[in-house]
Design a protein around this ligand. Structure first.
Ligand SMILES: NC(=O)c1ccc[n+]([C@@H]2O[C@H](COP(=O)([O-])OP(=O)(O)OC[C@H]3O[C@@H](n4cnc5c(N)ncnc54)[C@H](OP(=O)(O)O)[C@@H]3O)[C@@H](O)[C@H]2O)c1
Length: 304
C-alpha cells in the first residue's frame, strides 16, 4: 500500500479514468476520481468498484470557482493534504479549423484559466514533495507556433503569467476580429486547443519556479489516445496512456521539475522548435478530422 492522497480532475472517462484505475492498481491508498457531473462520476467509481478497485469520489468542476472552493474545504477538513494532483480535465473545442469566439473562449477557460483557479485554492493544500502533473498535449509544444514574437516571448527564462495571458488574449482578439492567421501556427487544426495547451505548458514552467517545498510540477503529452476527445481514433488505449502519467506521479525522480514529458517517459525540450514531434500516422489523423468534420464542417480562413 502506498499511503498517499491523489486527485485526478476530469476522471469520469478517458485518460483521467485510466489514471485513477492505474493508481488504484499500484496500491495508492486515497485516489479521488473527481468529475464535474456527480452522476457520471459516481457511475465511474461504481464501475471501478465492480472491477475490484476502491477509488473515492468528489464533485469538481474546474471552471466553477464555488466548486473548487468546496473541494478545497473538503480536503482541508477531511484529508492530510495532497501528494499527487493530475490536472487532466480539458475540452478539445467544437471547431476543427477556424474558431468562433465563444468556443475559443470556452476552450481557453477550461484548459488554461481553470489552472489558475486550481493554483489559487488547491496548491496551498499540496504537501511538501507533492507532484503535480499538468496534462498537456503534443499540440501544446512550442513548435506548434510559427509566430516569431510569441515563440521568443514564451521561451524567455523570465516568462511571467502576464506574458502568457497576453498570448491567450492575442489569440482571442484575433478570433473576435476575424484576423486569425493560419501562418502563425504549424498546422491549421484545433487552434483554440493548441493555444490553450501551449499556455498550459508555458505556465507549468512558471509554476515550478514559484512553488518551492520540494514540489515538482511537469507537463505531459499522454500520446494520441482512443478516447471521446479523439473520437476513438488514437494509437494508444487508455490503459497504455496511463503508464507515463502514473510513472511521473510515483516512480520518476523527484528532481524532474518544470519539464515537458512525452508519453514514452522521455523529456522533450519544450522550447526546441526544431524537434520533430510528428509521430502520428497521417491517415489516422485524417480519420480523426473526418470523424470530427461530420459534426463541425471544416471552414476556410477569412471566409466572408
Ligand atoms: N486523447 C488524446 O489523444 C489526447 C492527446 C493529447 C492530450 N490529451 C489530454 O488528455 C487529457 C484527457 O483527455 P481525454 O482524451 O481523456 O478526454 P475526454 O475523454 O474527453 O475526457 C475529458 C474529461 O474532462 C472532463 N471535463 C471537461 N470539462 C471539465 C470541467 N469544467 N471540470 C471538470 N472536468 C471537466 C470531462 O468531463 P465530462 O464527461 O463531464 O465532459 C471528461 O471527464 C486532456 O487534458 C487532453 O487535452 C488527450
Amino acid at each position: 500500500m502506498i499511503n498517499k492522497v491523489a486527485i485526478v480532475t476530469g476522471a469520469n472517462k478517458g485518460i483521467g479514468l485510466g489514471i485513477v484505475k492505474e493508481l488504484c492498481k499500484r496500491g495508492v491508498s486515497h485516489v479521488y476520481l473527481t468529475a464535474r457531473d456527480e452522476k457520471r462520476g459516481v457511475e465511474a467509481v461504481n464501475n471501478l468498484k465492480l472491477e475490484g478497485y476502491n477509488p473515492l469520489f468528489h464533485q469538481l468542476d474546474i471552471t466553477n470557482e464555488e466548486s473548487v472552493i468546496r473541494f478545497a474545504g473538503f480536503i482541508k477538513t477531511e484529508l492530510r493534504g495532497i501528494d499527487i494532483l493530475f490536472n487532466n480535465a480539458a475540452v478539445a473545442g467544437d471547431n476543427v479549423t477556424g474558431a468562433t469566439y465563444e468556443d475559443a473562449n470556452r476552450v481557453i477557460s477550461v484548459n488554461f484559466d481553470s489552472i489558475l483557479t486550481i493554483e489559487k485554492y488547491i496548491f496551498p493544500l499540496l504537501n511538501n514533495n507533492a507532484r503535480v502533473i499538468n496534462v498537456s498535449s503534443d499540440l501544446g509544444h512550442l513548435s506548434k507556433l510559427k509566430n516569431k514574437y510569441w515563440i521568443s516571448t514564451l521561451s524567455k527564462d523570465d516568462l511571467t503569467l502576464d506574458n502568457v495571458k497576453k498570448f491567450t488574449d492575442w489569440f482571442l482578439d484575433a478570433v473576435r476580429n476575424n484576423t486569425l492567421k493560419e501562418e502563425d501556427f504549424s498546422l491549421p487544426y484545433f487552434l483554440s486547443y493548441v493555444v490553450s495547451k501551449i499556455a498550459l505548458s508555458a505556465y507549468t514552467r512558471i509554476q515550478q519556479k514559484k512553488i518551492g517545498r520540494g514540489i515538482s510540477i511537469n507537463s505531459l503529452h499522454p500520446g494520441f489516445v482512443k478516447t471521446s476527445m479523439t473520437k476513438e481514433t488514437g494509437m494508444l488505449t487508455i490503459e497504455q496512456a496511463s503508464d507515463a502519467p502514473v510513472y511521473l506521479a510515483l516512480d520518476a525522480d523527484q528532481s524532474i521539475k518544470g519539464k515537458y514529458i512525452w508519453f514514452d517517459k522521455t523529456e522533450k525540450e519544450w522550447t526546441n522548435i526544431s524537434l520533430d514531434l510528428n509521430y502520428v500516422d497521417p491517415s489516422l489523423f485524417k480519420k480523426l478530422l473526418d470523424r470530427r468534420a461530420i459534426e463541425t464542417p471544416l471552414k476556410v480562413y477569412h471566409e466572408e
